[in-house]
Design a protein around this ligand. Structure first.
Ligand code: 2IT
Length: 445
């Protein structure tokens, strides 16, 4: 029998200084610990000890040359966390905040997210403390080449399939895949999120944001509500926020905020024109990591050094980075009458924020459910690569919609509480966990 706090304190002793990892384990275990304690097979198979230890971690040095012809050195990692359901699958993050603890939290989350999609994918994550901020295109190319020179030793289309995450978009995946092909001479599609002309899937760039809106639509349906006319706050201005604002507009909702590390944009007309969407992508590719120029370009308000959660809205979609919405943000949203919160970044809500929203009975979707559309379409890209064919936009979009609806159903099945409140966090954790745990029991140790 397990007791949550004593399990977590042992884990902390084994993994000192990895706070984000510990937090992500606590989050999953707080939902599944009773399920484990009631299942003799899980207990006998020591599932909790085994699932919280990565299968292996590769750590390597990335040496590259900057535009001043100086050599720079960064840390590179690939965490292969769990492959019970299929090849390790998960993105690469290039961001100054990346530590091994960050990648272990992301890899751990990825196990259950990938399980929720229903596709045969295990969980992994990788990346570097390299900061794309202020870097030239040539520097990005040289960094990606060096990073892949090491990473190529550890990945393969049936073993480990990386993709993008923060700081790694279509451009970086192109450079990384180019180097993989140079080294290995293979066209096996070992990365997902590739360009459309060399094995990439339609809808992959949009998939995380689209999927999150499809999930939200299902939530609203389950609450006899609809997307049309909803006022939405989104954080971030990168790939995920971009997909989300486009789909929100298509569904008749109005997104009034996007944000960056420098502050947030308040656009009362809505972020709802192709010109505004294209400008978000342009801003992302300048590598400056600021959103303020949007305000100047479109003549709207910029609120420096603040988060968008102070704006009264019906729905909030954190789409940027972990712990970006804390307890006081949650309380502000609640007192301003928020009706739904859809965590679209990985662990975007702090534990206290989550608890406050659940206590207030606000339907709150966890990232591993709401943002699974990205990795789901990555899975579809793997299928297309393996078959050497390409599905149409409509085919991929239909499959994505079906997968998101399926995840929503699993959340209801395992997360509906006695008072009728759907605890999405509990639902996602239990259904994601059970599949992996069952597979681990059947596979033996
Ligand atoms: O967090 C995520 O799910 C991703 N960054 C996407 C992973 C993937 O393999 O497409």
């Amino acid at each position: 029998m397990y007791e949550l706090n004593s399990f977590i304190s042992t884990l902390e002793q084994k993994n000192p200084g990895q706070d984000e990892f510990i937090e992500s384990v606590r989050e999953v275990l707080s939902s599944v610990i009773d399920v484990v304690n009631e299942n003799p097979l899980y207990l006998k198979n020591k599932i909790l000890e085994r699932i919280t230890e990565p299968d292996r971690i590769y750590s390597f040095k990335v040496e590259w040359e900057n535009d001043e012809h100086e050599i720079e050195v960064n840390k590179g990692y690939r965490v292969q966390f769990n492959n019970a359901l299929g090849p390790y699958k998960g993105g690469l993050r290039f961001h100054s905040s990346v530590t091994l603890g960050t990648l272990k939290f992301l890899g751990f989350e990825q196990i259950f997210k990938n399980s929720l999609t229903g596709l045969p994918m295990g969980g992994g994550k990788g990346g570097s403390d390299f900061s794309p901020k202020g870097k030239s295109d040539d520097e990005i190319l040289r960094f990606c080449r060096s990073f892949m020179t090491e990473l190529a030793k550890y990945i393969g289309p049936d073993t480990d399939v990386p993709a993008g995450d923060i700081g790694v978009g279509a451009r970086e995946i192109g450079y990384l895949y180019g180097q993989y092909k140079r080294i290995r001479g293979e066209n096996t599609g070992v990365l997902t999120g590739k360009g459309l002309d060399f094995g990439g899937s339609l809808i992959r760039p949009e998939a995380t944001g689209f999927g999150s809106m499809y999930f939200a639509s299902e939530m609203l349906k389950a609450h006899n509500d609809r997307m049309e006319g909803k006022r939405i706050a989104i954080s971030g201005f990168g790939n995920v926020a971009w997909g989300a604002v486009m789909k929100a507009s298509a569904l008749g909702a109005k997104v009034v905020t996007i944000s960056g590390p420098d502050g947030y944009i308040l656009d009362e007309d809505g972020v709802n024109t192709p010109e505004k969407w294209a400008y978000m992508l342009y801003l992302r590719n300048t590598n400056n990591d600021v959103v303020e120029p949007y305000a100047k370009k479109f003549g709207v308000d910029f609120i420096p050094n603040r988060k968008p959660w102070e704006v009264p809205v019906d729905m909030a979609f954190p789409c940027a980075i972990q712990n970006e919405l804390d307890e006081s943000d949650a309380r502000t949203l609640i007192s301003n009458g928020v009706k739904y919160v859809i965590e679209t970044s990985n662990m975007g809500l702090t534990r206290e924020a989550n608890e406050a929203l659940i206590e207030a009975r606000i339907p709150t979707a966890p990232g591993k459910a709401a943002n699974a559309g990205g990795v789901a379409v990555s899975g579809l890209e793997m299928s297309q690569n393996a078959m050497h064919l390409k599905w149409t936009r409509e085919e991929v979009d239909e499959k994505l919609k079906g997968i998101m609806a399926g995840i929503h159903e699993s959340c209801i099945r395992e997360g509906k509480e006695k008072d009728g409140y759907i605890n999405y966090q509990k639902g996602a954790n239990i259904s994601g966990f059970k599949k992996v745990a069952d597979a681990m029991c059947q596979l033996g140790y």
